[in-house]
Design a protein around this ligand. Structure first.
Ligand code: AMP
Length: 215
């Protein structure tokens, strides 16, 4: 089964993708994570994208499609969760071609609906475990007092460089200008299902599970 989690920054795509990896053995393909990895390992591509990401702009279609192509061609086990990809119509068309070429299909696009005020609050307090990626939030899920991640015990908490107000405004604008048309695109293809991303994490997990189990 191959699915897309679609929604603005802060909608909870990463958190839900991680849960699906744990419960269903699927493979999470987060272009944001791949780009951050390239940036921190200092590859040529990582250096090119660093400023673009810090501003909250979108990286070129060519770069992200290249990253996704590599992953799709090298692994077809368990199904993919596309998290943060596609973000433009050109990326959506490229994904469709890539899946066709490898004899796969896209089963559903899950839209995570949230409102803008909630996004700003969620992103402003967000941190993650640098070791396992577990997500924490200053208000709703503070980092453990003993300083050790609840999931893996590491004590390396990180805040994303682009989780600041200026960059977030830009990321939201990029979402509305370039990514939100994908809702219409997948609706027209009869592949869109929506869940309430404002509900608590467990409730969203249950709603997504119901969508996937009904396929
Ligand atoms: P994310 O972790 O999904 O919020 O992505 C962080 C940043 O990486 C975005 O603000 C973009 O600069 C870049 N990025 C991630 N995925 C894509 C994509 N599919 N297309 C273009 N840029 C992307």
């Amino acid at each position: 089964m191959n699915i897309i989690l679609l929604g603005p920054p802060g909608a909870g795509k990463g958190t839900q993708a991680r849960h699906l990896v744990e419960t269903r053995g699927m493979t999470q393909l987060s272009t944001g994570d791949m780009l951050r990895e390239a940036k921190s390992s200092g590859t040529e591509m990582g250096n090119i994208v660093a400023d673009v990401m810090a501003r909250g702009d979108l990286v070129t279609d060519e770069i992200v499609i290249g990253l996704i192509r590599e992953k799709i061609e090298s692994n077809t086990q368990g199904g993919f969760i596309f998290d943060g990809f596609p973000r433009t119509l050109a990326q959506a068309d490229a994904l469709s071609d890539l899946l066709n070429q490898t004899g796969q299909t896209l089963d559903v696009v899950v839209e995570m609906q949230v409102d803008d005020e909630a996004l700003v609050a969620r992103i402003a307090g967000r941190s993650t475990c640098g070791s396992c990626g577990e997500v924490y939030h200053d208000v709703t899920r503070p980092q453990p007092e003993n300083g050790a991640c609840e999931t893996c015990g590491a004590s390396d908490f990180q805040r994303r460089a682009d989780d600041n107000e200026e960059s977030l405004k830009n990321r939201l604008m990029e979402y509305y200008k370039k990514t939100s048309p994908l809702l219409g695109y997948y609706f027209a293809k009869n592949q869109l299902q929506s869940v309430n991303g404002l509900a608590d994490i467990d409730a969203v997990q249950t709603e997504i599970a119901a969508v996937l189990d009904a396929l």
